[in-house]
Ligand binder design. Structure first.
Ligand code: OXD
Ligand code: MN
Length: 589
């Protein structure tokens, strides 16, 4: 008798009409075969699917070039379909479920003709974790199949775990004809289904990542009492060998990957990496918050990654533990056959740009696409945490919430308590980046860096965060951080990267009750003398400016926060309104 997965795949094969159906076993030999076939297959905008790079200097590395219109997440084409629009909230595009299903069925009809349908059984989370979820995705792109093998725990064993029933999260993916007018990323959180047509870009096509581990999982978390968040998970080990775990929410392309594996400027501290993008968190029996990373790889932004900014990522990329590492839309050093991007080092003499065209160094355009990416196994990372596969997760002592703000926001602010921390997370704004299609540098509210990823009404999400705090005996402390404040010349004041450990040290000192703090209308900030600034070479007066809260400058901000909260009407928790009123009052005073 056919299993639930087999019946579902047969139904999809009747709809998509692929030339053949191939069930992936997740082996390395299979990944080799798919890459070799992809090196011959000329499919995407006249480029081969995979292109072999210099294997001596960049072990197991392959280049992929996407369709030129398909280079970032397309938030305007991403929908979350609940029965009622109000359940999706003002933060999501919505369509009635029957209409969305009819549209996707029409677009899917015969969409895989002449192609292979790959069936990918995978698990999000360490295999024996109570949080682990079994999923199956179908796709018609070998690049997606190989990427999913890096990013998830993929293999035939997952089919055994699912058994004969249909208790699995479903992902349907086809690139169709790449037509941006027929591109939709549809989510049906109540039935654990994602259906994505028309895009091969990671965030739209590797359905285990944003679509499942954030949009669908955040809804599961609401129903079941846990949190799915856009967060780094990292350990900070002190000189005595004691590790404190923290998580950090930051919008896309704001330095989460750099933070997750930072090389500390303070030699007494060492970072270990659990994850760089997604955290699933729930309260343990001891009343503490625990976090697991559902992913098994990094899908990181290449530009800006180099030995001076993130040496551990360069080491990860050059390690040869796991086959393969993929580079998407980076530039190509034509003499050495190596990947290149802005920030890796000086440009080599002869480069092809991300679309394969000769690149003129005098031109104003970037050689690598600003959202070019690498896809690499977590198990290549030299700073990988020994706890990465711990089914229980790691206990979280602090939660950081960051944004990219050139003005106004101090380097670090501690929340007065959990409810104030939720208010801080909810009011966070950030300047937009190239990770999503649209304007770059525009300020938008991005609560908990989850605006594009929350699979339900964010008013309910804020209430859910409030409720989670009440479940914990010792909730983590919550901090807002901003590495991006600039001076009057537009230059970053704080050096960032490895020096961010100086801020993390203060956070640890607060967590362990070792230092005091100064109260301001927006939260608690450090006494500058409590920061370890040894060897930094920035005058104290400049550092003090990083903690300035100038009430006159907050007028516009207050207005913007109120406008944003008003979009959620009465769904905004009363605690958040109270914190807003208190902050407004003390800024005015
Ligand atoms: C990502 C993103 O790819 O946030 O992680 O866009
Ligand atoms: Mn992300």
């Amino acid at each position: 008798m056919a299993t639930g997965v087999e019946r579902w795949v047969e139904e999809l094969a009747r709809l998509f009409e692929p030339k053949r159906v191939y069930w992936c076993d997740g082996s390395e030999a299979e990944a080799h075969r798919l890459i070799e076939a992809g090196m011959l297959e000329e499919k995407i905008a006249h480029h081969n699917v995979f292109y072999e790079l210099n294997q001596r200097n960049w072990p197991k590395a392959y280049l992929h070039r996407s369709h030129p219109t398909d280079v970032a997440r397309t938030e305007q084409l991403t929908f979350v379909c609940h029965p009622e629009q109000d359940q999706a909230g003002p933060n999501n595009n919505w369509m009635p479920i029957p209409k969305a299903k009819a549209l996707m069925t029409k677009l899917s009809k015969g969409a895989m003709r002449g192609r292979t349908m790959y069936v990918l059984p995978y698990v999000m989370g360490p295999l024996d974790s109570p949080y682990a979820k079994a999923c199956v995705q179908v796709t018609d792109v070998s690049y997606v199949a190989v990427s999913m093998r890096i990013m998830t725990r993929l293999g035939s064993h997952v089919l055994k775990k699912i058994g004969s029933g249909d208790n699995f999260v479903k992902g349907i993916h086809s690139v169709g004809d790449f037509d941006p007018n027929r591109r939709y990323i549809m989510h049906f959180p109540r039935e654990g289904l994602v259906w994505s047509i028309g895009s091969g870009y990671g965030g739209n096509a590797l359905l285990g990542k944003k679509c499942f581990s954030l949009r669908i999982a955040s809804y599961l978390g609401l129903r079941q009492g846990w949190l799915a968040e856009h967060m780094v998970i990292m350990g900070i080990e002190d000189i005595k060998g004691h590790t404190t775990y923290i998580t950090a929410a930051m919008p896309s392309a704001c330095g989460k990957t750099n933070l997750a594996m930072l090389e500390s400027a303070l030699p007494e501290y060492k970072v270990t990496t659990v994850g760089d993008d997604i955290a699933w968190m729930g309260t343990g029996l001891d009343g503490r918050l625990y976090a697991i990373n559902p992913e098994a790889g990094f899908f990181g932004v290449a530009p800006g990654t180099g030995m001076s900014t993130n040496p551990n990522m360069v080491r990860t990329l050059k390690a040869s533990n796991f086959y393969p590492t993929l580079y998407t839309n980076v530039a190509l050093d034509l003499d050495r056959n190596e990947p290149w991007w802005e920030g890796l080092g000086p440009p080599p003499p002869r480069l092809a740009d991300w679309q394969g065209r000769p690149w003129d160094p005098a031109s104003k355009t970037k050689a690598a696409h600003p959202n070019s990416r690498f896809t690499v196994s977590l198990y290549n990372c030299p700073t990988i945490s020994p706890e990465v596969d711990n089914p229980k997760g790691v206990p979280v002592s602090a939660i950081l919430i960051g944004g990219r703000r050139s003005h106004l926001m101090p380097l670090v602010v501690e929340a007065f308590d959990w409810t104030h921390g939720v208010f801080i997370g909810a009011r966070t704004g950030s300047e937009t980046t190239a990770a999503a299609a649209g304007a770059v540098g525009a300020l938008r509210r991005d609560p908990f860096a989850m605006l594009p990823f929350c699979g339900y009404n964010m008013g309910d999400y804020f209430r859910h965060w409030m409720n989670q705090g009440a479940l914990m005996r010792t909730p983590p402390k919550i901090f807002a951080v901003n590495w991006f404040r600039v001076d009057e010349n537009g230059t970053f004041v704080w050096p960032g990267f490895g020096d961010n450990m100086r801020v993390l040290k203060w956070i640890l000192d607060r967590v362990h009750g070792r230092v005091g703090a100064r109260e301001t209308p927006i939260g608690l900030v450090p006494h500058v003398e409590d920061l370890n600034l040894d060897g930094l070479g920035i005058p104290c007066s400049k550092i003090e400016k990083l903690f300035e809260v100038r009430p006159a400058e907050w007028k516009g901000e207050l207005k913007d926060i109120r406008k944003f909260f008003d979009r959620f009407g009465r769904q905004i928790p009363y605690e958040m309104r109270n914190h807003y009123d208190k902050m407004e009052k003390s800024l005015k005073a």
